[in-house]
Design a binder for this molecule. Structure first.
Ligand code: 6PG
Length: 472
């Protein structure tokens, strides 16, 4: 039996992707896995698709079932497992074959792997896939890197399995080598920021107003009908309303407040820093997960500082109070996305990718974890003309102008009441920094020149200057 492509790695994501290729693509798919029984198990538990699923008994068998030129999709955990799979399959491939890494790779690894393979004539493609398990099975958002010519061959395979927004497939080629994985990394950084800001507003509603999880769930559900409409807000409402079958309490109330992370959020912040772009909301989100994981230490700190007198929280659960929180979250969200987009814009210049920023918003509108109505707004902002920064595009500029006062009030009130809102306050601080033509780093420059003769430029004259400062 000749398979149209093969998937290596039958974990949940790999298996679901393979089933998606067979189901929505109508393709015959070879299933490769270290434990062969798992591949057979996946075929056997999907009888309706069984004739298009070909479990492989060995890597040789896997390869022999594939039509030539071959397409192999690796879907395993990022890092060493990817290199192991590449080493396993590469000796069996021939020039013209396509090897895809569909995991959450560090784009630096993708660039390295592509370079290492290039001379063999085998094409290596780093491909970001978003949408979790459900997305992989029924329609993810797919961010493709590698050679553009290879994309032309992959398009017919990927379009049928991707999510659709108004019938438009949420998959595209974004740029050479690591572009696809880089964009996926920034997607995850934005995902972290979005989730953190939602959690902070949840904290205000819970600790600042004293609402129950169920009540907060209803509020998010209402917000999901307007500007904040998104998958993440939708699942926020679902998770908050869910009851623990054992205790009958809201399930979130019995879940430990320590967030896990697999690395992609952190990479997004590292890359932003390397590029010199301030992605402060993403940073705040990654740091907040770090702090959350030091639970015992936080308990000690509460003993030490818990009694500090703070102002009474001036948050209210009435119509106006909730509208203020809604506007604050929406405004901070715009700022967070603008930061993520600024990182991608800089990476595009730095790595010569020519990333289609509007196109990225277009393929994020459905399938991925950050899918939302808002991403359609971003798509339109890019379609309307050149965008220097999303905050300066007419649509978002007016939304931020309108919402900033709410964000300012929420941040100020939370600060006075001692409620932690690291990402929301980072968003506001960034915005205030960004909107000042005259900043304060003139002083930094003066200090640097004093202690290290690092020189400075002047407002009134061209050139580079060093001043003989008084000796200290
Ligand atoms: C997606 C998700 C997915 C995964 C993240 C979660 O786009 O489908 O981002 O890739 O859920 O890796 O990351 P953490 O485990 O770091 O929260």
């Amino acid at each position: 039996q000749q398979a149209d492509l093969g998937v290596l790695g039958m974990g949940t994501m790999g298996a679901n992707l393979a089933l998606n290729f067979a189901d929505n693509g109508g393709f015959t798919v070879a299933l490769g896995n270290r434990t062969v029984e798992k591949a057979y198990g996946i075929r056997d538990s999907n009888p309706a698709l069984a004739e298009r699923l070909v479990p492989a008994d060995s890597i040789e068998h896997f390869i022999s079932t594939l039509k030539s030129p071959r397409v192999v999709v690796i879907m395993v955990n990022a890092g060493k497992p990817v290199d192991e799979q590449i080493d396993l399959v590469l000796p069996h491939l021939a020039p013209g074959d396509i090897l895809i890494d569909a995991g959450n790779a560090d784009f630096n690894d993708t660039v390295r792997r592509e370079r290492a393979i290039k001379d063999t004539g085998i094409h290596f493609v780093g491909m970001g896939v978003s949408g979790g398990e459900e997305g992989a099975r029924h329609g993810p958002s797919i961010m493709v890197g590698g050679d553009q010519a290879v994309w032309q061959r992959l398009k017919p395979l990927l379009e049928p399995i991707s999510a659709k927004f108004d019938a438009s497939p949420c998959v595209d080629w974004l740029g050479t080598d690591g572009a696809g994985h880089f964009v996926k990394t920034i997607h995850n950084g934005i995902e972290y920021a979005d989730m953190q800001m939602i959690a902070e507003i949840y904290g205000v509603l819970r600790d600042g107003i004293g609402l129950s999880a169920g009540e907060i769930g209803d509020i998010f559900s209402d917000w999901n009908t307007r500007g904040l409409q998104s998958y993440l807000v939708e699942i926020t409402a679902v998770t908050l309303r869910e009851k623990d079958p054992e205790t009958g309490k809201p399930l979130v109330d019995v879940i430990v407040d320590e967030a896990g992370q697999k690395g992609t959020g952190r990479w997004s912040v590292i890359e932003a820093q390397k590029l010199g772009v301030g992605a402060t909301t993403l940073e705040a989100a990654v740091s907040a997960r770090g702090i959350s994981s030091r639970r015992a230490e936080r308990a000690e700190a509460e003993k030490l500082f818990g009694d500090i007198e703070t102002a009474r929280a001036e948050f209210h659960g009435d119509h106006d109070g909730l509208a203020e929180l809604e506007a604050a979250l929406e405004t901070a969200k715009i700022i967070a996305y603008a930061q993520g987009y600024a990182v991608m814009a800089e990476a595009s210049r730095e790595f010569g990718w020519n990333l289609p920023l509007g196109g990225i918003a277009r393929i994020w509108r459905a399938g991925c974890i950050i899918r939302s109505r808002f991403l359609d707004d971003i798509t339109q902002a890019y379609e309307a003309g050149e965008v220097v920064n999303l905050l300066q595009s007419p649509h978002f500029a007016s939304r931020v102008r309108e919402g900033q006062a709410s964000l300012r009030r929420v941040v100020a009130k939370a600060a006075l009441a001692g409620l932690p809102i690291p990402a929301l306050s980072a968003a506001l601080a960034y915005f205030d920094d960004y909107r000042h033509a005259r900043g304060t780093t003139n002083l930094t420059q003066a200090q640097r020149d004093l202690f290290g003769a690092h020189t400075f430029r002047r407002l009134d004259r061209e050139g580079v200057f060093h001043h003989k400062w008084p000796q200290v």
